[in-house]
Design a protein around this ligand. Structure first.
Ligand code: FMN
Length: 193
């Protein structure tokens, strides 16, 4: 398989099943916590969507994972105010594609303090310009034991608080909302299907 796309398995993905639409859930992650968010979102979409959908969960080491997608859920961890490069490149690739819909998410804030992130502003602009449907910012997870020395230095300087602040209830709710919107969009496109 090219890149590291993982089709989420379900009975409908077995030979003979007729998936007609593909939604790709992909994110750039440096320490793995954002990747866990994509896995969770993919699991929710798989549970909610009909067997006409293939849900493909992927990292962004190879942007070909985005090829053939009818809809994309794209995210990135925020580092030093910005999305990781792979996610920025992926956004550039998909923002003008004739998708059913594009959802964006950022993971980052690890304290209660409001942080001004260029990544958030950029993603919000994609929504404002109509390229993306919605942009969500999820609290992130900071495990200082996995950081490189210079990352620890940055974390100390900005006084980021270690801990896992991901809100799985919020993440699940967003997944359910995306599934509902996709189902509605397809029903509108194919009223007699
Ligand atoms: C060196 C470093 C810089 C960070 N910079 C930001 C930042 O500018 N804004 C922010 O909201 N979060 C920042 N964070 C928090 C991360 O975005 C958060 O820990 C995220 O969940 C990490 O995702 P990952 O495990 O997928 O790499 C930073 C974390 C580290 C270690």
């Amino acid at each position: 398989m090219s890149g590291s796309a993982v089709p989420v398995q379900r009975p409908a993905d077995t030979p003979g099943a007729m998936a007609e639409h593909t939604v790709v859930v992909a994110a750039a992650s440096r320490h793995g916590s954002t990747r866990q968010v994509t896995r969770r979102l993919a699991a929710v979409l798989t549970a909610d969507l009909s067997d006409r959908w293939t849900v493909r969960e992927a990292d962004l080491s190879d942007l070909r994972v985005l090829e053939g997608a009818d809809a994309v859920v794209l995210g990135s961890a925020i580092y030093m105010g910005h999305w990781l490069r792979a996610a920025t490149q992926a956004l550039h690739q998909v923002k003008d594609a004739p998708l059913l819909d594009l959802w964006l998410f950022s993971t980052g804030p690890v304290s209660g303090d409001a942080v001004e992130n260029a990544a958030v502003i950029t993603a919000d602009k994609s929504v404002e310009s109509g390229c993306a449907t919605e942009h969500m910012v999820f609290a992130g997870s900071l495990d200082t034991s996995t950081l490189r020395w210079w990352e620890r230095l940055v974390v100390n300087i900005v006084k980021a608080v270690p801990g896992d602040r991901r809100d799985w209830t919020l993440i699940d709710a967003w997944g359910h909302s995306i599934a509902a919107q996709l189902t509605h969009a397809v029903a509108k496109q194919e009223p007699d299907a």
